[in-house]
Design a protein around this ligand. Structure first.
Ligand code: FAD
Length: 412
């Protein structure tokens, strides 16, 4: 039986670990935290996941919250100009629902499931020296690092060709709340995406948290601009107050829905920032071993397009496929590189290009597309469904001439 070691028990590491167990592999996971520590910890993400990514979980019966998490049926995009007024509003229906399940719930339960299904877990924060020792002993046929954006990414070199940014592009501020009123203009559960041009974005995402269904208020602030109140970690009550003050000023239509909100629990806020980075997939360790990086370790995009968990799930599915196809042959550097390149070609590069584009001031052709989508449900639907399959954006959204051709086609 082939033995696989996975370092990091998040979306990608646990999904791959559980899928490999189901396929008869012997899997060991190293997790920095126990299920109880995760459940009692701070929120980690807004983790909205769209149909294509959810399908990769469902294939292995990992969708344990499908009946409890609110089904998200649409995006509701608003552009404000000047701040405080809504200039454009676009309801964008999704063909299949998206869902967001608090990673505290999901990762804690998946860890327990992993153990129940025969996996081995070591609870330990892994260092580079540990990794080196683990690969030197030769106990595992393959070691995968799925440790998110933690310090361990340092063993993987930045890929300067594929990394556009050298600094964080947004300050991030998340608050999980109960008591938000429904949107009177679009009563179905939806992700509300409010762009404040030049300053940032406010998202509202229906989700399932520890205490049941909730909404997540998520500011993305252009660094050092007026929305960027998030350099220092605020006390949760001050964080919620700052979130609502900004909503009152810049997106009053969202503030109107927030009159009764309260935080879902004592650890319902998160703030921070990181530099979007693509890394080389294979890390060489001092003793000569090689390990393969996965998901955020190798492709960390800004959450402005809500893709990280989706990409992590797709990366788990892609690596699983490569492992199964490889049979009993050695997992050498050549296989590792090929495995990542296939994932990059099929998924990573489109998500990265689109996400980086969405971090920039919207170019004229994108403004034109959104303007057209406001009056044309076909365009709005295509935009929404691109969140599930971002490779589609390349065919119509990502360049002025392709956008023009598509708009002409739709108009014709
Ligand atoms: C504010 C915010 C909002 C977001 N919103 C969305 C969204 O709406 N939709 C979406 O798809 N994505 C979103 N994301 C991104 C998404 O959460 C991540 O991209 C996704 O969780 C990455 O999965 P992963 O498996 O690579 O890493 P993670 O899920 O981060 O898991 C990594 C795991 O490794 C562990 N670990 C780290 N270092 C070590 C170590 N040294 N030893 C052992 N274990 C270690 C960590 O504790 C963690 O459990 C958001 C992210 C942020 C920050």
């Amino acid at each position: 039986m082939r033995r696989v070691l996975i370092v990091g028990a998040g979306q990608s590491g646990l999904q791959l670990g559980l899928s490999l167990l189901a396929e008869g592999y012997q899997v060991t996971l190293m997790s920095a935290r126990t299920p109880d520590e995760i459940r009692r910890g701070w929120v980690m993400s807004t983790q909205a996941m769209f149909a294509e990514a959810l399908r990769t979980e469902r294939r292995y019966g990992l969708d344990l919250w499908q009946d409890q998490a609110p089904d998200i049926h649409a995006l509701h995009v608003s552009l404000s100009a000047p701040p405080g007024e809504r200039a454009l509003r676009i309801p964008c229906p999704l063909d299949e629902p998206a869902q967001s399940t608090d990673q505290r719930l999901k990762m804690a339960a998946w860890l327990e499931l992993f153990e129940e299904r025969g996996g081995t877990i070591h609870y330990q924060g892994v260092t580079t020296a540990d990794l080196d020792g683990l690969t030197r002993l030769g106990r595992y046929d393959l070691t995968i690092v799925a440790a998110g954006k933690g310090d361990l990414v340092g063993v993987f070199a930045r890929d300067p060709q594929r990394s556009v940014h050298t600094t964080p592009q947004r300050g991030l501020a998340v608050a999980y709340v109960h008591g938000m009123a429904p949107d009177p203009l679009l009563p179905v559960p939806h992700v509300s995406f409010n762009a404040v041009p030049g300053l940032g974005e406010l998202f509202v995402i229906p989700a399932l948290t520890l205490s049941g269904p909730c909404e997540i208020l998520f500011w993305e602030a252009v660094p050092d601009g007026p929305l960027d109140l998030w350099r220092d970690r605020l006390d949760p009550a001050d964080h919620l107050k700052a979130t609502l003050d900004l909503a009152r000023r810049y997106t009053p239509w969202i503030y109107e829905r927030c009159r009764e909100v309260e935080l879902t629990d004592a650890r319902a806020t998160l703030s921070g920032r990181y530099t979007p980075t693509v890394r080389l997939p294979v890390a060489e360790l001092p003793s000569g071993g090689a390990v393969l990086g996965m998901a955020d370790v190798v492709v960390a995009n800004d959450p402005v397009t809500g893709q990280g968990s989706n990409t992590a799930a797709k990366c788990a599915a892609a690596y699983l496929r490569s492992i199964l196809e490889h049979g009993d042959r050695p997992f050498d550097r050549e296989w590792m590189t090929r495995t990542f390149e296939r994932f990059w070609f099929d998924t990573g590069r489109a998500v990265t290009a689109w996400t980086n584009a969405m971090l920039q001031p919207l170019p004229p052709h994108v403004q034109q597309v959104l303007g057209a989508a406001a009056g044309n449900p076909t365009i709005a639907r295509r935009f929404a469904n691109g969140f599930s399959d971002p490779t589609d954006f390349d065919d119509w959204f990502m360049s002025p001439d392709r956008a023009e051709r598509y708009l002409a086609e739709v108009a014709g």
